[in-house]
Design a protein around this ligand. Structure first.
Ligand code: ATP
Length: 275
């Protein structure tokens, strides 16, 4: 009985995906329509239109200050935390406009895992970091929680490294391990989208490669939106590249077109200078 329930819960996402028609799977998971973000001092995003395809890695590129992080923050309404930001337009996730105040924010945010430049583990144990989201959702079944902790730590390749010290504080891990722990914490609440803002910028090359390999595996089940300044990382990972400049999308498309055959002088210069 328990095994059956566990199976049902742990496979909920796969099943919901199987229920989707081919046409639904091919529809963009996110449609951004006329998204503008401004302050009283000026525009940060200038009426952006962008479709994010499902189960792909979409890379946001562009010089510092062009609005990449602001775009990511708009997708899970972290912009709400900055009262000075005035947000307009529509962000449709699976057809629902998440900018509408009536949306249930916590549920909407659960659909999105967030990885930042530096990992922010909670100041509790490794185990509690991964179980946190499920507990918040009201799950009390200890076997189910233990299964989730183990399977998500395995998924990010951390289980063998931490299985004998699950009760140690999360901040006893290396920065690379902490970043994978944060990814496991996010995956435990079964998001459909992962927002990653330069997630490897604080990591050593080996941890970076681990995260990159994970992203390649995870895109089978998740849509990943990745901000990076590392062009080689964009080449390695991107299915779709979006190049931004001063709050606008200048070019977007397949990495072979965007990175090897840029059409605008601005992008050509960026690819040469990296700025
Ligand atoms: N809350 C805010 N209030 C005022 N200006 C802001 C706010 N948030 C962002 N900005 C401004 O908006 C612009 C875009 O910032 P954003 O962080 O989105 O850029 P970015 O492309 O992610 O840059 P980087 O690559 O350096 O991280 C910057 O000029 C920034 O100073």
């Amino acid at each position: 009985m328990f095994t059956e329930k566990l199976f049902k819960q742990t496979n909920a996402y796969t099943k919901s995906k199987l229920k989707m028609s081919k046409a639904d799977i091919e529809k963009p998971i996110i449609q951004i329509k006329g998204l503008s973000v401004k302050t009283h001092e000026g525009e940060i995003l200038k009426s952006i239109n962008l479709d994010i395809p499902r189960n792909k890695i979409v890379v946001l590129l562009g010089p510092s200050g062009c609005g990449k992080t602001t775009l990511l923050k708009s997708l899970n309404r972290l912009t709400d935390l900055h009262k000075e930001l005035i947000v307009g337009g529509e962000v449709l996730i699976d057809g629902k406009d998440i900018l509408k105040a009536s949306q249930d924010l916590p549920i909407m945010r659960q659909k999105m895992g967030l990885l930042s430049q530096r990992p922010f583990p909670l100041p509790v144990s490794i185990y509690k970091n991964v179980s946190y989201g499920l507990k918040l959702k009201g799950v009390r079944n200890k076997k189910l929680i233990a299964h989730s902790v183990e399977s998500n730590l395995k998924r990010v390749g951390l289980w063998d490294e931490v299985k004998d010290r699950l009760n140690n504080p999360a901040n006893s891990l290396s920065i690379g391990q902490q970043q994978r722990l944060c990814l496991a914490r996010g995956l435990a609440v079964k998001p459909t989208i992962i927002l990653a803002d330069e997630p490897t910028s604080a990591l050593d090359p080996i941890s970076t490669k681990t995260i990159e390999n994970l992203f390649k595996e995870l895109k089978e089940h998740y849509t990943i939106i990745l901000v990076t300044h590392v062009l080689r990382q964009a080449v390695r990972l991107a299915d779709h590249v979006v190049f931004m400049y001063y709050g606008d999308i200048i070019e977007q498309g397949h990495p072979d077109d965007i990175l090897k055959n840029p059409q605008t002088e601005i992008l050509k210069k960026y690819l040469i200078d990296g700025n």
